[in-house]
Ligand binder design. Structure first.
Ligand SMILES: Nc1ncnc2c1ncn2[C@@H]1O[C@H](COP(=O)(O)OP(=O)(O)O)[C@@H](O)[C@H]1O
Ligand SMILES: [Mg+2]
Length: 242
């Protein structure tokens, strides 16, 4: 469903994505692991055009999204993103946070958006928070709201960039269990994470990214139990024995 070929992104002299080619299939749940600075966030941000790649193709439903005539708003309806620091609108309550994008883009009427928001708030276990301002929520609750917000557009793909890295340990589980639930909905998900147990149990593929390349693309079983790549072995040694 997403065919990426020869993708490059530079910042000045720094090559951040270095000739990435990979196919992502509908329903894939891909955990992306790797050392800091390896290009993981940039890779996700290129897929929904928060960053513009310098070269290459990203073909989604037979259309290269890097073509000049591509409609970015249309793309972002299909591909939602959830960030490490939630990025909720601080001056809007929970219900307004959920309804803003679909209503302003004309995807949903206000009434339908509110109905949908309430269904999603139930799904993430926060129905009683619809009038709450973000600053009154815990980190885990904020991230659950951010996930509900990402679902408002009924996306086909959700990109998660370290969704639990900013959370206190006791809140990580509540967010991961919601992501795990989404697996049932036939969404395609790419998830940058440091939670190796989660990557192992929930993903069907794991990418190890380092120095702007996808160095390893394997099933979690193969990647974690029988790593071959030297850099991957070093990385796993560090993160699993810290
Ligand atoms: N907007 C930017 N301007 C300049 N350099 C950037 C920018 N965003 C990321 N980088 C650099 O690109 C490299 C890859 O960053 P990133 O994709 O955030 O890696 P990761 O998410 O794997 O830690 C890093 O060296 C980072 O400093
Ligand atoms: Mg990152």
């Amino acid at each position: 469903m997403i065919e990426i070929s020869n993708l490059y992104k530079n910042y000045g002299d720094l090559v951040v994505l270095n000739d990435i080619s990979v196919n992502i299939k509908k329903g894939d749940i891909i955990a992306i692991i790797g050392p800091s600075g390896g290009g993981k966030s940039t890779f996700l941000r290129c897929i929904n055009l928060l960053e513009r790649p310098d070269n290459g193709k990203i073909i989604i439903n037979n259309k290269n999204i890097l073509d000049k005539d591509n409609n970015v708003n249309h793309l972002r309806q299909k591909i939602s993103m959830v960030f490490q620091h939630f990025n909720l609108f601080a001056n809007k309550n929970v219900l307004e946070n959920l309804c803003l994008a679909p209503v302003t883009t004309g995807i949903l009427s206000k009434e339908r958006a509110i109905n949908k928001a309430r269904i999603l708030l139930k799904k993430v276990g926060l129905v009683d928070k619809e009038n709450t301002m973000p600053y009154k929520l815990s980190g885990g609750q904020k991230q659950r709201i951010a996930i509900a917000r990402a679902l408002m557009m009924s996306p086909e793909v959700i990109l998660f960039d370290e969704p639990t890295s900013a959370l206190d340990p006791e809140m990580i589980g509540e967010v991961l269990s919601i992501i795990k639930e989404l697996k049932k909905e036939n969404l395609t998900m790419l998830l940058v994470t440091h939670e190796m147990g989660f990557a192992k149990n929930v993903a069907n593929r794991v990418f190890f990214m380092d120095k702007g390349k996808i160095m390893v693309d394997e099933s979690p079983k193969e990647l974690f139990e029988n790593p071959q790549n030297t850099r991957l072995k070093e990385f796993l040694n560090k993160v699993l024995n810290h």
